[in-house]
Ligand binder design. Structure first.
Ligand code: IPD
Ligand code: CA
Length: 567
């Protein structure tokens, strides 16, 4: 995972629109960016939803302009993992924005009077430039001095944003000098914490704020920005030492403002992996352990993609493969989980035995989902692990190994990708505008077992795909890049974990089990709990919401819906 944890956008004084930022972060192959606009969270929902579809982890944050009242120093405080919305941070920041905007307007007036070739309208245009209508809708319209400088550069009055003219105007006794009143540092820290965010001291080397660490830690500071473009090697070393002494999360980033005056651009400074792991942890020992374990299992499979993989056919079927790596990953997971939880039961793909009872804690494991992709392409396969207890889901983990994306679903707590919460799916679309994943084998079975004509699928949806990995098919629905996943050839382990994640973003799924060979439907006779906790293959449909699922069932099964179970 590669994360730049200090980025600004056009919602404060950066130049990136939401789309530009997401595209640029993907181009740079970042797994995460933290957007920490000055004193605002307005852009976060739009950026989060674009990031989610693009497969980028956007950590919602803020950089609060605060003041250490005891020493009258300007101190910036970062807040990470903010909820959307973040009411305490917003209540604290609204007055700062008002003061900032008013001050900038005074500065523009002073420049006008001094004969500089700018108008307020032009500054406003620069600030709002390239925003989409949705962005304009939520943007608070706050003007920053950077917008003024950008215009002066454009007009040729200055050669760069932070050059001589900037210093002459905005520093010392320049006509635009003078800071606005900020908020109290400890109040800022309190607001971040009250919203459940993680408070981190920004660039202590830039603002000479190292000495504040002990009192801030006492008040709940969780981290320190170690890596920052303004930090000298000594600053970095000092920040690291303090992080160690006070057990603080170490973060870092570029402070990239896009074209509005940046010394380093997106991804050129990144957070240390251990800091990122801590920042994104679930604060739940069991879940953190499980995620680590599934990632390690995935690592075994990832390393194998560089070896020659020698597949064996299951039951002589060229379409059903197993490799030594499926066995190794399954063994690894069973050992790891089994030694932590010796009394739990397992349903795993490569072990023929059925658990005697699933009334207690039980694990459903597909060591490599998408073995055909693993063998033929070395990508697009997942490790899938679900835990149930007493017939209720507890946690689901789907690890897209080659994309290094780990999806976690925890009932009533949410869905996450690489530690970043996923937004609910809100894309009401008519059925025919849907993209559906369905393979030719599934179409054949739908015809054989349910009398569904091929054209009911081929001609009724915008597009049809088949990606060869059930759990990642469901993950695509979760990401919002696919609308429906439909298979008549999969077993519990293919969808058990993904479905737990799906439910947490408001998706819906059904299952129905029949005999693979004869097509005889045996739904409802299962004695295990939950009813689909068995080895049989059957019908499974996941959709982005219940309405889409109902419409699809009505469309497919015109003469009566089979007895599906809603998961
Ligand atoms: C398979 C994949 C595939 C589905 C097959 C599954 P496996 O899982 O999920 O997409 O069509 O029916 O068996 O065998 O690679 O774990
Ligand atoms: Ca498998």
């Amino acid at each position: 995972m590669i994360a730049d944890l200090h980025v600004h956008t056009r919602f404060s004084d950066g130049s990136y629109t939401a789309r530009e930022l997401v595209v640029e972060a993907k181009r740079k192959n970042l797994s995460h960016v933290a957007v920490v606009d000055h004193d605002t969270t307005a852009g976060l929902p739009i950026i989060a939803s674009l990031a989610q579809r693009a497969g980028l982890g956007m950590i919602p944050g803020v950089e609060i302009s605060a003041f250490d009242t005891r020493t009258s120093r300007k101190i910036h405080l970062l807040g990470y993992r903010l909820p959307l919305p973040a009411p305490h941070v917003e209540a604290l920041c609204a007055p700062i924005r008002e003061r900032r905007d008013a001050r900038t307007r005074e500065q523009v007036q002073a420049l006008l009077e001094a004969g500089y070739p700018i108008t307020l309208e032009e500054v406003e245009e620069i600030a709002a430039d390239s925003f989409s209508p949705e962005e304009l809708d939520v943007w608070e319209g706050v003007l920053f001095k950077q917008h003024v400088m950008e215009l002066l550069v454009k007009k040729g009055a200055a050669s760069q944003m932070y050059g001589d003219l900037y210093r002459a105007l905005f520093k010392d006794d320049g006509i635009c000098a003078g800071d606005i009143e900020y908020v109290d540092l400890f109040e800022a820290l309190g607001a971040i914490r009250a919203d459940g965010g993680v408070a981190v001291l920004a660039h202590p080397g830039q603002q000479e704020s190292f000495d504040l660490i002990p009192s801030l830690v006492e008040a709940g500071l969780a981290g320190i920005e170690v890596f920052h473009p303004d930090h000298s090697p000594e600053d970095t070393a000092r920040a690291r030492a303090l992080a160690e002494d006070f057990d603080l999360i170490e973060v870092g980033g570029t402070d990239d403002h896009g074209t509005f005056g940046s010394t380093r651009r997106l991804g050129e400074i990144t957070a240390p992996e251990a800091g990122l792991d801590r920042l994104l942890s679930f604060d739940d020992e069991e879940v953190d352990w499980l995620v680590k374990t599934v990632r390690s299992a995935g690592e075994l499979a990832r390393r194998a993609t560089t070896d020659g993989i020698d597949p064996k056919l299951k039951a002589g079927d060229i379409r059903d493969l197993v490799t030594a790596h499926d066995m190794a990953v399954e063994g690894y997971l069973r050992d790891a989980i089994g030694s932590r939880h010796p009394d739990h039961t397992f349903l795993t793909e490569e072990d023929e035995t059925l658990p005697e009872s699933t009334a207690g804690p039980a694990w459903i494991i597909d060591p490599i989902d998408g073995t055909t992709n693993f063998v033929s392409a070395g990508t697009y396969f997942a490790v899938s692990v679900a835990r149930w207890d007493g017939g209720e889901p507890v946690v689901g983990v789907v690890y897209d190994v080659m994309a290094d994306e780990c999806y976690v679903g925890i009932p009533n707590r949410g869905a996450f990708c690489n530690g970043v919460p996923l937004l609910p799916l809100e894309r009401p679309l008519p059925l025919e505008a849907s993209v559906i994943e369905v393979s030719s084998s599934t179409m054949r079975r739908l015809k054989r077992d349910f009398g569904v004509e091929t054209k009911q699928i081929r001609k009724s949806f915008r597009a049809q795909r088949a990606l060869g990995c059930a759990s990642l098919g469901v993950i695509r629905v979760i990401r919002g890049t696919l609308d429906i996943y439909l298979s008549a050839t999969i077993s519990a382990w293919d969808h058990a974990a993904a479905n737990i994640v799906l439910r947490e973003v408001g998706g819906a799924a059904v299952v129905e089990i029949g005999d693979e060979e004869t097509g005889e439907r045996s739904h409802g006779e299962a004695s295990t709990s939950p009813p689909w906790f068995r080895r049989d293959r059957g019908l499974f449909i996941a959709a982005r919401d219940r309405a889409t699922l109902d419409a699809l069932l009505a469309h497919l099964f015109r003469s009566g819906r089979p007895p599906v179970t809603f998961l």
